[in-house]
Design a protein around this ligand. Structure first.
Ligand SMILES: Nc1ncnc2c1ncn2[C@@H]1O[C@H](COP(=O)(O)OP(=O)(O)OP(=O)(O)O)[C@@H](O)[C@H]1O
Ligand SMILES: [Mg+2]
Length: 1015
C-alpha cells in the first residue's frame, strides 16, 4: 500500500450510507494533550503565560483538539481569539493576526479599547485600519527606521493583548501556521517572547510535514523553543482502541476487532483518514456481523478517496466547485454568480449536493459564503484543472475581484496579485506586475517587509519576458529596499547593484542616485570599510545627477562624506559635507538637513579640531530631531553630544547625555540602539574603573552590535576590550587579534598603536621598538587628525616613555603635535577613553627634559581626572608625574613622588590594574620604599615581567602563597575563598605561566622577586 495521505472530513456521509449523523461530533482520545493544555491554561490564568506549538500531519486532529480545548477554556472563563492562515495564496500581510484581533475589536467598547491599546494605538492602526474608525482621534505614528517602526507595531500589539488578558485570561489560537506570511511569524515570536509574564496562552497549529528546513516556520519554531513556557506537542495517530471508538461513533455500531485493526493499520490512526475510509467502506457494504471477515477493500490514499467522493457528485456541481477552488478555500455565491453569469438560485441548487455530502459547508458570520470542508478537498479539486483552464479561471476571478474592489482595492491587493500572477502565462503579465507592486508597497506600509520581498519578487518574475527595463529597475529598487528592511543586507546589495546597472545602461540619473544611496545604507557615518563598490557608486551617481540642488544630491554627498571616513585626507570629505549642509539649508527640509548635519559631523568634526562645531551641530541636531519627533536620529545626536562632552572633559554633562541616550535606547529596543547605548555605558564604566562590569558590558554590547552592524561592531569591540585588558594586564590575550585586525579594518589606524602598547606591556621591547620606528615614518604621517588621532598619539607617547631616551627626536615630534590639544580628553573613535591629553604631553615633556613644563601638565591631568572621577587615569597620571619627579630629584620631589605612587598603588590594587601596579611598585623600589599592602590585595608585579603581567592581582596573590608552599586548602583559608576557587586560581596560574608544577611557580615567583605574603 502506498503512503497514506489523510483526507478531509467531519463531513456527513455520502448518500446511501448508514453513518450516524452525530458521529462527526464525538471526540476521542487525546487525554495527555488535553491535560497538558489545561495545565497550561492554569499557568496562564495565574500570570505565567504559555505557548503551545501543536504540529502534526494533515487530518491528524490539530484543529479539532484546538477546538475542543477552546470550548473548555471558554467554559473556564477565558476569552478566546482565533486567527486562521489563508492557505490558497493571496492573503494580506498579518492575516491571522488581523483576523483574530478584529474579533477583539468587536468585543470592546471605545473606552475599554482606548485603555487597552494605551500609547500604541497609532502604531497598531497600521495593521488594523478599523481601529481608526473606532478611535477617530488617533494620531499618526511618528517616523522611525524600518526596524524601529516594526518594533513599535509589535510592541503595541503585544501590549494590547497583555492588557486585555489582565481582565480575563486570553487564549489565542493561530491555525495553520505553515501557511503564514513571514512577518506574522516574526510577530508571533515577539508576542510569545513577551507573553511569559502575562495571562495569555497562545496555541499555534501547523502541519509539520510542510515545514521543511528552509521554511520560515522552521526558524521561528527553533527560536520559539527557547522562549520560556514553550511546549511543543506532536500529534500522532489515535491509538487502536481510540480508533475503534471513533469508528463506532461514526457508524453508530461496534465494529469487529479485525476491522478496527485493519483500518488502524492502514490509516495509522489518522482520524480524518479513518472517517474517509469508514465512509468509503460503508458505501461498498458494511459488514453484517462481527464474524463477517471479508478482506476489507481499503482505499489507496486520501486524495484518491476524496477524488472518488467528488466524482460521485453531479457534473455541474463539480464544475462550480472547481471555480470555487480557484477563488480559495472560502468562496461567495455572489462571486460565483458574477464569474459564471448564472443566477444565485441556480448556483445554490447546483451546490446543494456538495453541501449534503459535507464537501463544503457554510461559513459562520459570512452568509452566502461556502468553505471547503478541508483544504485537501479544495486542493484535490484545484489540481484536477488543466493548465489552460486554470489560467483562464484565475484571470476571470482576478478581473471579478478587480471590478468588485475598484473603489477600495488596498486590502485586496495581494489577492489580486496572486490571481493575475497565476493568469500571467496568458499574456496579462502587466496586471500581475502592477498588482504585485501595489501589494508590495502596501506590505511595506504595514511593516510586513518579508511579505513585501515576496511580492516584489513576484512582480519581477512576471516582468521576466517584458522589455520594460525601466520598470524592472524601479521594481528592483523597491525590492532592494524591502530586503534591507527585512534585514537581508547581502541580498539587498545585490539587487541594488543590478538596479544601478540598469539605470547606468539606460542613462536614468535619478534611478541611479536612488540605487546608489540605498546601496550605501542610511547610516550617514558608516565607513566604506571593506566594501569596494560603495564609493565609486556614490561618485558615479553624483556625477550623473548634475549639480542642481536636490534632496537626493544632499543625501549622496553626505553619504559619500561618511563613506570616505577611512581615508587619510580630511579635506575632500569635509568639502562634501559642507556642500551637503549648505544645500540642505537652501532646500529647507528638516529631515534632509538632519541627515546632512549627521554626515558632516561624523565625517569632519570627530577629530581633535572639530570640537566647537561638534557641539554646535549636535545642539542643532538635538533641536531638529525633537522637532520632527525622530527618536532614532535624536539618539545619534545625543551620542555625538556625549562624545563632545567626554572629549572636553565635561564628564558630568556627558553622563546626563548618556542617561538620556540609554533611556531612548530602552524605548526603541533595537539592536542598533542597544549597541550604541552599550558603547556609551562601557566608556563610562572603563573610565570609572568598574572593570568587572565593563567586562560584562563589552560582551553584551558586542552581541547587540553583531545584530546591527556586524563589521563595525567587531572593530568597536576590540577597542573596548583593549581598554579593559590593558589595565588588567591581560593584553597577551588580544595579541593575535591585534595583529590580524589592521588587515580587516584598514581604516582604523590606531589598531597598530594598540599592538605597540601590547608589546611594551609584555616586555617585548625589541619588537616594540621596530614597530614604533615604522609608525613614526614621516613624522607619524600615517595618523590623520581623525576621531582616533588623540588616542593613537597618546599610545605612541606612552610607548616612547617605555622605550626610553633613544626616541628623543620622536618624542619631540609627538610633543609638538599633541601639546596644542593638552586641554582635551583622548578617546578612541567612540569606544574607550585614555584620559586627558595633558598626561601624554607631560610624559613627552619629561622625555625632552622639560621637567617644569611636564609638572604643569601632570598637575592639569590630575586635576582633570579628579574632576572626571576617572580613577584609572588619575593613577596613570600620578605614576607618570612621580616618574618625572624621581628623575628631577629636587628637594621635596621624592616625598611628593612617594605620595603620588602610594595613592596610585592603592587605586591599582582596588581596581585591579596589574601593569600599572607593576610600574608603580618598581618606582617605589627605586626609591627604596617597600609598599605597605592593604590586607587581601595583590602584590604588584615589577615592570618588565612579561609572564607576570598576565596574572590578575588575585592570581599574583595566590602565586605568592604558592611560593610559600601553602596547599590549596591553606590558600583558601587565608584568602577566605572556597577550596575549589583556590584550586581554579592555581590552575589558571599554571596555564598562564606555562608551568606544570607548583614548584615551578614558586621558583618563578622568587626569580621575579614577586613579593611574598608579609609575615
Ligand atoms: N480526537 C478526535 N476525535 C474525533 N474526531 C477527530 C479527532 N481528531 C480529529 N478528528 C476529526 O478528524 C478530522 C480531521 O481533523 P482536523 O481537521 O482537526 O485535522 P487537522 O490536523 O487540523 O488537519 P489539517 O492539517 O488538514 O488542518 C476532522 O473531521 C475531525 O473532527
Ligand atoms: Mg486543521
Amino acid at each position: 500500500m502506498q503512503t497514506l495521505r489523510p483526507v478531509a472530513a467531519d463531513d456527513p456521509p455520502p448518500r446511501g450510507l448508514s453513518v450516524a449523523k452525530e458521529g462527526g461530533q464525538a471526540f476521542v482520545g487525546r487525554e495527555p494533550e488535553t491535560e497538558a493544555l489545561l495545565a497550561g491554561l492554569g499557568d496562564a490564568t495565574s500570570g505565567r503565560g504559555r505557548f503551545f506549538a501543536l504540529g502534526g500531519e494533515p487530518g491528524i486532529g490539530k484543529t479539532r483538539l484546538a477546538d475542543e480545548f477552546s470550548t473548555r477554556a471558554k467554559a473556564e472563563g477565558a476569552l478566546v481569539l482565533w486567527g486562521r492562515c489563508w492557505e490558497a495564496g493571496g492573503a494580506p500581510a498579518y492575516w491571522p493576526w488581523s483576523q483574530s484581533l478584529r474579533g477583539l475589536l468587536r468585543e470592546l467598547d471605545p473606552e475599554a479599547l482606548r485603555e487597552r491599546v494605551a500609547g500604541g494605538g497609532a502604531d497598531l492602526a497600521q495593521m488594523l485600519p478599523e481601529l481608526r474608525e473606532r478611535l477617530p482621534d488617533l494620531s499618526e505614528p511618528s517616523p522611525a527606521s524600518p526596524g524601529t517602526a516594526r518594533f513599535r507595531l509589535f510592541d503595541a500589539l503585544s501590549g494590547f493583548l497583555r492588557r486585555t488578558s489582565e481582565d480575563r485570561p486570553l487564549l489565542l489560537v493561530l491555525e495553520d501556521l505553515h501557511a503564514a506570511d513571514a512577518p506574522s511569524l516574526l510577530l508571533l515570536q515577539f508576542v510569545v517572547g513577551e507573553a511569559s509574564g502575562s495571562r495569555m496562552l497562545v496555541l499555534a497549529t501547523f502541519r509539520d510535514v510542510e515545514v521543511t528546513r528552509d521554511h520560515p516556520l522552521a526558524a521561528s519554531l527553533s527560536e520559539l523553543a527557547r522562549a520560556q513556557g514553550t511546549t511543543r506537542i506532536s500529534l500522532a495517530g489515535l491509538s487502536r482502541p481510540d480508533a475503534g471508538r471513533l469508528i463506532e461513533a461514526i457508524t453508530g455500531r461496534t465494529p469487529p476487532a479485525e476491522l478496527v485493526a485493519a483500518i488502524h493499520r492502514e490509516t495509522e490512526g489518522n482520524p480524518l483518514f479513518i472517517g474517509e475510509v469508514v465512509r468509503a467502506l460503508a458505501s461498498e457494504g458494511w459488514p453484517r456481523s462481527a464474524s463477517d471477515c471479508r478482506p476489507w477493500p481499503i482505499p489507496e490514499g486520501v486524495r484518491e478517496v476524496i477524488g472518488r467522493r467528488l466524482h460521485r457528485l453531479p457534473e455541474d456541481c463539480r464544475r462550480i466547485l472547481t471555480v470555487g477552488s480557484v477563488i480559495g478555500r472560502d468562496f461567495a455565491v455572489e462571486a460565483l454568480r458574477r464569474i459564471t453569469g448564472r443566477s444565485a438560485q441556480d448556483l445554490l441548487d447546483s451546490v446543494r449536493d456538495a453541501v449534503a455530502a459535507g464537501v463544503i459547508g457554510d461559513v459562520r458570520n459570512a452568509p452566502g459564503t461556502f468553505r471547503f470542508a478541508h483544504s485537501l478537498i479544495r486542493d484535490t479539486r484545484y489540481e484536477e484543472l488543466t493548465p489552460a483552464h486554470r489560467i483562464r479561471l484565475h484571470r476571470e476571478v482576478g478581473e471579478d475581484l478587480e471590478a468588485m474592489y475598484a473603489r477600495d482595492p488596498e486590502p485586496h491587493l495581494a489577492e489580486l496579485a496572486y490571481h493575475f500572477f497565476e493568469a500571467a502565462p496568458a499574456g496579462d503579465g502587466r496586471k500581475a506586475v502592477d498588482h504585485a507592486v501595489a501589494a508590495g508597497r502596501r506590505a511595506v506600509a504595514l511593516l510586513a517587509y518579508e511579505e513585501a520581498v515576496r511580492l516584489f519578487r513576484m512582480a519581477l518574475q512576471a516582468l521576466r519576458e517584458s522589455p520594460d527595463e525601466e520598470l524592472r529597475c524601479q521594481v528592483l529598487l523597491l525590492l532592494g529596499d524591502a530586503e534591507s528592511r527585512s534585514g537581508d543586507g547581502p541580498a539587498s546589495r545585490e539587487t541594488l547593484l543590478e538596479a544601478a546597472g540598469i539605470a547606468t545602461r539606460l542613462d536614468l540619473p535619478e534611478l541611479l542616485a536612488r540605487a546608489a544611496f540605498a546601496y550605501a545604507g542610511r547610516i550617514p557615518w558608516a565607513r566604506a570599510g571593506i566594501d569596494r563598490q560603495v564609493i565609486p557608486l556614490l561618485k558615479q551617481a553624483l556625477e550623473a545627477l548634475g549639480a542642481e540642488d536636490s534632496v537626493l544630491r544632499v543625501l549622496l554627498l553626505s553619504r559619500l562624506a561618511g563613506a570616505l571616513r577611512d581615508q587619510p585626507a580630511m579635506a575632500p570629505r569635509a568639502a562634501l559635507g559642507r556642500e551637503a549642509v549648505a544645500m540642505a539649508r537652501r532646500i529647507g527640509d528638516p529631515e534632509t538637513l538632519i541627515y546632512a548635519l549627521l554626515g558632516q559631523l561624523a565625517s569632519t568634526f570627530l577629530g581633535p579640531d572639530g570640537l566647537d562645531q561638534r557641539f554646535a551641530f549636535a545642539e542643532e541636531l538635538d533641536r531638529l530631531t525633537e522637532q520632527v519627533e525622530d527618536r532614532e536620529r535624536r539618539m545619534e545626536a545625543l551620542f555625538f553630544r556625549f562624545l563632545a562632552f567626554m572629549a572636553s572633559g565635561q564628564v558630568w554633562e556627558a553622563r546626563d547625555q548618556a542617561e538620556l541616550h540609554s533611556r531612548l535606547a530602552g524605548e526603541l529596543r533595537q539592536p542598533c540602539h542597544q549597541w550604541y547605548a552599550g558603547m556609551v555605558v562601557t566608556i563610562l564604566a572603563l573610565q570609572d574603573g568598574r572593570f568587572e562590569e565593563a567586562d560584562r558590558l563589552i560582551a553584551k554590547t558586542l552581541e547587540a552590535g553583531r545584530q546591527a552592524q556586524a563589521w563595525d561592531a567587531e572593530a568597536s569591540h576590540l577597542f573596548a576590550l583593549f581598554g579593559l585588558r590593558r589595565e588588567q594586564g591581560r593584553l597577551a590575550e588580544l595579541e593575535d587579534d591585534l595583529r590580524r585586525a589592521p588587515l580587516d579594518y584598514p581604516g582604523y589606524r590606531s589598531l597598530r598603536c594598540m599592538l605597540l602598547t601590547t608589546l611594551c606591556d609584555l616586555g617585548r621591547l625589541d619588537e616594540a621598538r621596530a614597530l614604533f620606528e615604522q609608525l613614526a615614518t614621516g613624522e607619524f604621517a600615517a595618523f590623520p587628525k581623525d576621531s582616533e588621532w588623540l588616542f593613537a598619539l597618546t599610545l605612541l607617547a606612552e610607548a616612547a616613555e617605555v622605550l626610553g631616551d633613544r626616541d628623543r627626536d620622536r618624542a619631540l615630534v609627538l610633543y609638538r603635535q599633541l601639546a596644542p590639544y593638552a586641554g582635551l580628553v583622548a578617546l578612541a573613535a567612540s569606544e574607550v577613553s585614555v584620559g586627558p591629553v595633558s598626561r601624554p604631553v607631560g610624559i613627552l615633556a619629561t622625555l625632552l627634559g622639560h621637567d617644569d613644563d611636564a609638572a604643569g601638565h601632570f598637575e592639569d591631568a590630575i586635576a582633570c581626572t579628579q574632576r572626571m572621577g576617572a580613577r584609572p587615569w588619575l593613577a596613570h597620571a600620578q605614576q607618570a608625574y612621580a616618574r618625572m619627579l624621581v628623575g628631577r630629584g629636587r628637594p621635596g620631589d621624592r616625598k611628593r613622588a612617594v605620595e603620588l605612587l602610594t595613592s596610585a598603588l592603592e587605586a591599582c590594587e582596588r581596581l585591579g590594574m596589574a601593569v600599572l601596579a607593576g610600574r608603580v611598585t618598581a618606582l617605589l623600589a627605586e626609591l627604596g620604599v617597600r609598599p605597605r599592602r592593604r590586607p587581601g590585595t595583590a602584590a604588584a608585579a615589577p615592570v618588565g615581567v612579561p609572564k607576570g603581567t598576565m596574572l590578575t592581582p588575585r592570581e599574583r596573590e595566590v602565586t605568592g602563597l604558592v611560593a610559600e608552599g601553602l596547599s590549596n586548602r591553606q590558600i583558601a583559608e587565608g584568602l577566605y575563598l572556597s577550596e575549589r576557587t583556590a584550586e581554579t586560581h592555581v590552575q589558571n596560574i599554571l596555564t598562564k605561566l606555562g608551568f606544570c608544577s607548583r614548584t615551578q611557580v614558586a621558583g618563578w615567583a622568587v626569580r621575579e622577586s614577586l613579593p611574598q605574603q608579609a609575615t
